[in-house]
Design a protein around this ligand. Structure first.
Ligand SMILES: Cc1cc2nc3c(=O)[nH]c(=O)nc-3n(C[C@H](O)[C@H](O)[C@H](O)COP(=O)(O)OP(=O)(O)OC[C@H]3O[C@@H](n4cnc5c(N)ncnc54)[C@H](O)[C@@H]3O)c2cc1C
Length: 751
């Protein structure tokens, strides 16, 4: 048998080199992963929660992912269903509350589950779109998984254009119920996660028809299946939509309603209500549901940005560790000198091209994590104060950031796969699974093409004097027009662009580009130039009288996308610099307090609690926790520089607009990026170690923490079902007919 081959049997020994290479990388790095981890996860308390969640999953064989690569769609759905049920029952048994269970589900389970939509979309809807009575009835049922709820918005015929959804809910006062109906095939609900086979209920978005009047889209909680035997209720046709690129463990489903009766109390009435006799009333009030509803969306988007950073870090952990272990090719010998002994091959991580692909992405993973955490703090502040003035900016920004994160991370994960060469293409690398699941983020909850114009329009309207602002639709735009509202310094460039005040970059040496102020100025100059261009286009369209703002927005969609991305990158850069500056401040304070001993001298322990009141959660840190010291801060600073300069290099045409950068300065930026790539490369293995992804969670033969890559690859190959017999059934059924056909039949075993 193939697995009795002695070469394969002694594979453990052959992998010593991989182990040695990773050890060397770690020994020469100045980063202490455990200290950097405290920074990455926003404090010791958050880190401990994460570690507890991981331990919960890793200690239980039911949650194992080893079989994943060999399961078909149906088996994957079965396994993920088994995992969720086991998790919920175990948490119930151990008295683990719902919020803690969510931590485990979201952070550690490493499975897209049929109940993800239940926990991430349906429960927030039940929380924020309902009356207190409705909440009291439905939330306990949903949180205890007594019902499983899909979120059914998208239809076969319509997704982005929510206004055109066709499912109808007609109110009938005589029976005090709605009649839910799908008028044609295209109005079938199509895509919702968990809808096909798991859900007992769904939050269904349908047009409310009241006395012949269309009141627009409203949400209804609709029972789909019999709670005793799970059969679909009369009038409800349900099913799975079939195999997909990823999300194989989820029953994304379709659903058609044929005049299904839904009790009046099942319309979610937090935002509008219908009296028994059919009187419709929108709800108002200081703590109105709408504010909370939009706030909740920010929480979801903050989660998407953070998760984007973590997903990228996961792919980078595989690609960077493997690039350190993989040797390929030789360093060129100096001219005239021929090497006598066989030279050692290079670690592929030492190729500048490999560094150029991976190091800027490493910087991105930190930028996304930091910004996601910032958004979450803003959301908490908003919940505390319910200050509506914060919403327009944060809502617009979250649209742009969701789009940008989806694009950067999807592409970044695929870059990581490619940087692993052929082995990256194996499912055993873990990367195809990450890519195929993550790339759906670019689609669900809105594509970039739909989201980016929302931020761009917000910026555009800010740049116009109130009298100039054309009338337009859109929540952000409408509120922006009614300034004053809170606006952060992220928009400081807007008046400059409006006043056509353009500066030129004054950097005369590459090192000058390492000044945070220079970098912010460059990003502001770039977004200002795009804003002015967008304004000029829109104003010309409006003067030309060919349609209004909406028509001009559609025509200039590509430019608006660039404007949105440029603004988001400015915001990411600012957050990154602020976070690093905060850590620098803390380290300096500690150094001073310790009478000049630097942070390394006391093991990098610093008291984080008192330093910055804006950092919620950090005050929870326990005294004495290991946090970043001067060495880690230097690395963070370099990562931040790399984020800034590699972004400039990538979008150089935009930074050269209005002559902000000269061609000579552009070359300096590129040179500086190469230097920073080398600097960060030296810390790269420790930096990915800091994300604390266990081998079990990574599920990657290439990304193993011990570097024993080749043995692991073989181990995975031997598990291939094609290797279960020496002679395949395909030979007996097919190949034999060809190889042993008629007069060609071999009489001998060998030629
Ligand atoms: C894995 C996955 C899970 C999902 N889960 C759910 C769920 O639980 N519940 C649910 O209701 N839905 C779910 N969806 C559906 C998802 O929300 C929609 O696919 C998404 O909103 C896009 O809609 P669409 O597919 O109809 O694309 P379309 O709207 O048809 O878009 C097609 C293309 O046209 C472009 N386009 C559309 N409108 C515009 C515009 N105004 N300007 C410029 N370009 C435009 C889009 O950007 C895109 O490139 C899920 C989808 C996926 C992939």
């Amino acid at each position: 048998m193939v697995n009795e081959n002695p070469l394969i049997l002694k594979r453990g020994l052959e992998d010593e080199e991989g182990a040695m290479l990773l050890q060397k990388e770690r020994a020469t790095s100045s980063v202490r992963p455990e200290a950097m981890a405290t920074f990455i996860f926003g404090g010791q308390e958050a880190l401990s929660r994460r570690l507890r969640a991981l331990a919960f999953i890793e200690s239980d064989p039911v949650f194992d992912t080893k079989d994943r690569n060999y399961l078909d769609q149906k088996s994957r759905y079965m396994r993920s269903s088994e995992k969720v049920v086991h998790l919920v029952l175990k948490c119930r048994r151990l008295g683990i509350p719902f919020t803690q269970m969510l931590d485990i589900l979201n952070v550690a389970l490493d499975e897209i589950t049929p109940t993800d939509v239940h926990t991430k979309m349906a429960i927030p809807s039940l929380m924020h779109q309902t009356t207190p009575e409705q909440r009291a009835k439905w939330l306990p049922l949903a949180e205890n998984f007594r019902i499983i709820c899909a979120y059914a918005q998208t239809e076969l015929g319509h997704g982005s254009n929510v206004r055109a959804l066709e499912t109808i809910a007609t109110y009938e006062p005589s029976s005090q119920s709605f009649i839910l109906h799908s008028p044609r095939l295209e109005s079938a609900k199509w895509w919702p996660g968990g809808l096909g086979k798991s859900a007992t209920h769904a939050i269904v978005l349908a047009r409310l028809l009241l006395g012949g009047k269309d009141r627009g889209l409203h949400s209804f909680i609709v029972q789909l299946r019999d709670l005793r035997d799970h059969t679909p209720l009369p009038g409800v046709t349900l099913g799975d939509i079939g195999p997909k690129l990823g999300f194989m463990s989820v029953d994304n489903g379709f659903c058609l309603f044929d005049h299904v009766r839904v009790p009046r109390e099942h319309m979610l009435m937090g935002l509008a209500e219908i009296s028994p006799d059919g009187h419709y009333r929108k709800r108002k009030g200081a703590n109105g549901g709408e504010k909370i509803l939009y706030g909740a969306m920010l929480d979801v988007r903050a989660g998407l940005v953070e998760r984007g950073g973590a997903t990228l870090a996961r792919a980078l952990t595989v690609a960077i560790r493997y690039s350190a272990v993989r040797r390929q090719g030789y360093a060129p010998s100096p001219p005239g000198k021929l090497s006598q002994s066989a030279p050692l091959e290079l670690q592929v991580l030492d190729y500048p091209t490999q560094q150029h692909a991976l190091m800027p992405l490493l910087a991105w993973s930190f930028a996304l994590q930091i910004t996601g955490q910032f958004m979450r703090r803003r959301y908490k502040a908003y919940l505390r104060e319910l200050d509506l003035s914060l919403l327009p900016e944060v809502h617009a920004l979250s649209s742009g950031l969701k789009a940008l994160t989806g694009e950067v991370v999807s592409q970044g994960v695929d870059v990581c796969r490619r940087m692993c060469g052929g082995h990256g293409y194996l499912l055993a690398s873990g990367l195809p699974e990450v890519f195929s699941n993550y790339t759906a983020v670019q689609t669900f909850e809105g594509t970039a093409q739909v989201l980016e114009p929302q931020l761009a329009r917000f910026i555009l309207r800010l740049s116009m004097a109130p009298t100039e602002r054309p009338k337009g639709s859109g929540r952000g735009a409408a509120t922006a027009a009614k300034a004053p509202f809170a606006l952060s310094s992220d928009f400081d460039y807007v008046p400059l662009a409006a006043g056509k005040t353009f500066v030129r970059c004054r950097a005369a040496t590459p090192v000058a580009f390492l000044d945070p102020a220079f970098q912010i100025e460059a990003y502001e100059a770039r977004v200002s130039a795009l804003l002015l261009l967008a304004r000029e286009e829109v104003e010309a369209d409006l003067r030309g009288g060919e349609g209004g703002l909406a028509a001009s927005m559609m025509k200039n969609g590509v430019l608006f996308g660039r404007l949105s991305r440029a603004h988001c990158q400015l915001v990411l850069l600012r957050r990154f610099h602020e976070a690093v500056a905060r850590e620098e401040g803390r380290v300096t304070m500690t150094t001073a307090r310790n009478g000049g001993l630097d942070g390394e001298g006391n093991g990098g322990r610093i008291d984080r609690g008192a330093a910055d009141g804006s950092e919620e959660g950090e005050s929870e840190d326990r005294e004495g926790s290991v946090t970043v010291g001067p060495a880690e801060v230097r690395v963070l600073r370099n990562l931040c520089h790399l984020f800034a300069l590699s972004g400039m290099e990538r979008d150089m045409a935009e930074f050269r607009a209005r002559d902000y950068l000269s061609s000579g300065q552009a070359e300096m930026v590129s040179r500086e990026v190469l230097r920073l790539n080398r600097t960060v490369r030296a810390e790269a293995v420790s930096l990915v170690d800091a994300w604390l992804l266990s081998d079990k969670l990574l599920g990657s033969a290439l990304g193993r923490a011990d570097g024993r890559v080749y043995g692991a690859l073989f181990e995975e190959a031997l598990r291939s079902p094609l290797n279960d017999k020496e002679v395949s059934k395909a030979y007996t059924l097919h190949w034999r007919r060809l190889l042993m056909a008629g007069d060609c039949a071999w009489g001998n075993a060998r030629l």
